[in-house]
Design a protein around this ligand. Structure first.
Ligand SMILES: [Zn+2]
Length: 244
């Protein structure tokens, strides 16, 4: 089976096109049999269409349905109104399902406020710009489409928070460059992980939770050590920065 793309017809010099069109209309040059004139005329039209440049497909981010979101209640007891879905993957990120440990994360686990989705896209873009050779950002759970409970009844360990579109899990970059979650802290690229923490702090995170064995640091009131965060950081936005 061939996977080669069809090669677009090469544009012909204008003179040839005009001559061919003239021949088709006037019947000139019809020393050839009448049946052969018609393909010439078709050829005169065909290449003109092929001359228009082939546009690359738009990036997945272009399909995001942006709208104004509202985080209601609290991260551990709240809802999400007007949530925005993060695409399954993007130019600078992939998503991963923490339950099945595979990509992409199901769509219903990828809703956040518009502000949260923008911050994730921006940090992912900065990360790739600074380290083009590094794996794309590996993003896990955000919130459900309308927020609310996201506990173990939704698979895996579940979350106490992630209820109102302000929380996202981001897996630390792996030293081996694989775009998936680290299986143990020894696989984490510490330098890239610290840069990621710093980027989220600069992006205005209210909290960034990191694991006790990661050695990651940051401003005391923002970057906090929390159990079960040795393979990913958890970023929480402050409601106050929404819509900024
Ligand atoms: Zn989390």
């Amino acid at each position: 089976m061939s996977h080669r793309r069809p090669v677009p017809a090469r544009p012909r010099p204008l003179v040839v096109l005009v001559a061919a069109a003239l021949a088709a209309v006037t019947g000139a040059g019809s020393a050839a049999a009448p049946g052969e004139v018609r393909p010439l005329a078709v050829a005169a039209v065909g290449p003109a269409a092929a001359v228009s440049p082939v546009r690359p497909p738009p990036p997945p981010e272009a399909s995001i349905r942006w709208r104004r979101s509202r985080a209601l209640g609290r991260p551990d007891r709240g809802r999400l109104a007007g949530g925005v879905q993060l695409p399954a993957e993007g130019t600078h990120f992939v998503t991963v399902d923490p339950v099945g440990r595979r990509s992409p994360n199901p769509g219903w686990r990828r809703y956040g406020t518009d502000r949260l989705v923008r911050v994730l896209l921006r940090v992912a873009g900065e990360h790739t710009a600074a380290h083009p050779e590094a794996p794309r950002l590996v993003i896990g759970d955000l919130s459900r489409p309308r927020g609310g409970l996201f506990g173990p009844e939704f698979g895996g360990d579940g979350h106490r928070s992630h209820q109102n579109g302000l929380d996202a899990d981001v897996y630390y970059p792996r030293r081996d460059g694989r775009e998936t979650m680290p299986a143990r802290v020894g696989q984490v690229d510490r330098r890239l992980a610290q840069e990621l923490v710093d980027r989220f702090v600069r992006a205005g995170a209210q909290y960034v939770f990191v694991g006790p064995r990661t050695g990651l640091r940051g401003p005391a009131k923002v970057v906090m050590v929390l159990a079960n965060h040795d393979d990913h950081l958890h970023v929480r936005l402050d409601r106050a920065v929404i819509g900024r």
